[in-house]
Every structure is written in C-alpha cells, then in structure tokens.
Design a protein around this ligand. Structure first.
Ligand code: SF4
Length: 276
C-alpha cells in the first residue's frame, strides 16, 4: 500500500491530464492509499481519506482526520483524477473514507467524475447524514456502502459524542439503512467492539435493531492511536470472544463476521490512515 497522507508540500497536477476541477475548495482530501486489495470487498481499489467528522468517537483511530489544523494542505483533485485516468484499466473502484465523506460539499461532482472514468464507488459513512447520502444514491453513483453502527439505540450519543441527540442519531441510521435498501445498493454494517463501551448485551440489542441487514462486521478495537488518549491503553477483547460473539449474532443477518483480529496485538501505526 502506498500512503500519501498529509503531504507537506503542494504537488503539481499532472499537466498532461485535462480533467475538470471538482470544487477543490469544497473537497478536503487529506490522505490517499493508491492501491488496496482489502478496503473494497472483491475489488482492486484506491482509498481516499476525506477530512472532517461530525462525531468524536473516543476510540477513533484516525484522529488527524477529525480536526486538521487550518494550515493543512490537501491533495489536489486534478492530480487524483489524472492518476485514476491513467490507471483506470488496473483499478476497479475507489473507496471514499474519512472522517465522514458525506460532510463535504464537493463530494457529489467528484463522484460523478470518478464514475465517468468507469470506477465503482464504495462509501464509508457513519450513517448520520441520510439526506446527503440520498443525493449520491439518486444519481446512481454508489456501488457499495459500509455503514458504522456504533452501538444500539440508547448508547449512540455516549459513544459518538455527537451534537445530535439520541433520537436524531437513531433515526438517521434507520433512514440510511432504509435508503440503501430502497436504492438496491449492497452494504455492510460495521461495529467496533470496544471494551468499556460495548458489552455482549449491547451487541444483541444492536442486532435486534438492525435485524435483516445483509452483513454485520464486528471490528476489533485497536489501541495505540486514539482520539481520546484514555483509550490508547485499553486492552481489546480476546479474538475468541469476538468470534463467539459473532456466532451468536449470525442469525440476525445474512452473515456476521469479525475483522481485524490479525492486528489484535499490534497498536495502530502512528503514520497511516485506516478505513473505518
Ligand atoms: S471513528 Fe469514524 S465516525 Fe467516529 S470520529 Fe472517527 S472518523 Fe468520525
């Protein structure tokens, strides 16, 4: 994987590529993994990390994307589109991650340009902005979505530390899932199982709430680099615990899997961005 997170100097756009600007001022791309085989299920993809988030999950492992300094330099959309144009035969898709990509005004025209290049799009979202999501769905721009469900109703506020209240968070997630079903877009739900924030009972309530979704992925919590320093030293649940938990939830979904167990003993690398 090639990570170009947080370049310190502005690089020149590929002058041989005459592609349109995508409202550069409205699209803050802070990191880029040019090639990944794991971020987009079944596809050779590239992952872009968009800056900014309306949540403040204490265990967030991309804290640098939640609030960047005002002096941050962002990647140029012309350069990214030029690269994708050159390598479109090798790349199958683009994963739009963050932060929360749906917060960015320039996302819609940027997605149009990506689709024009023949690329499939996967969106990683925290599920709080269904109106913004519908703008992309209405133009048939999305192929796949990964929706974070941070916890069951009643615990969303305390986990996300969002300005939205519990009812607003609950309704937004329900609308997000409903829209994906209505528009026929494949999706998965993802929950990071953090000790102290989520217990097995919480996961069962979450499963009852989201029953019938095609896939729930339980993600292993990774300490080391977290938004709230208190979580840097929290020990993850043992891998076997997560596997057994997933087995008890399988009946609620098309499938329930566990992700990230191979990294259980490794803290987050300090210099790399990680999709949701
Ligand atoms: S974990 Fe995701 S939703 Fe939560 S603060 Fe980080 S980027 Fe935002």
């Amino acid at each position: 994987m090639v990570s170009e997170a947080f370049p310190r100097t502005r690089s020149k756009a590929n002058s041989a590529t005459a592609l349109p600007s995508c409202c550069q001022e409205d699209l803050r791309i802070a990191g880029w993994v040019k090639t990944t085989l794991i971020d987009y299920p079944g596809k050779i993809a590239s992952t872009l990390f968009l800056e900014g988030c309306n949540f403040r999950c204490p265990y967030c492992h991309n804290p640098q994307l939640v609030s960047l300094p005002s002096t941050a330099v962002y990647l140029k959309t012309e350069e990214i589109l030029g690269h994708f144009s050159t390598f479109s035969r090798l790349l199958e898709g683009v994963c739009l991650s963050g932060g929360e990509p749906l917060l960015q005004k320039g996302l819609l025209p940027f997605c149009r340009n990506l689709v024009k290049l023949g690329l499939k799009l996967k969106l990683d979202t925290n599920g709080s902005l269904p109106e913004h999501l519908e703008l992309l769905l209405g133009q048939n721009l999305l192929d796949y979505a990964a929706v974070d469900v941070k916890g069951p109703p009643g615990k969303l506020g305390v986990i996300t530390r969002s300005r939205l209240n519990e009812g607003e968070l609950t309704r937004a997630l329900e609308s997000t899932v409903r829209l994906l079903k209505e528009y026929g877009v494949s999706f998965e739900l993802r929950t990071t199982v953090v000790p102290g924030l989520l217990e097995p009972d919480d996961l069962h309530r979450l499963a009852e709430w989201m029953r019938g979704a095609p896939r729930l992925v339980l993600q292993q919590f990774r300490p080391g680099k977290t938004l709230d320093p208190v979580y840097q030293d929290v020990l993850p649940y043992p891998p076997q615990f997560l596997r057994e938990l997933a087995a008890t939830l399988t009946g609620f979904f098309g499938e329930c899997t566990v992700r990230g167990l191979g990294d259980t003993l490794s803290p987050n690398p300090a210099s790399e961005l990680q999709p949701g």
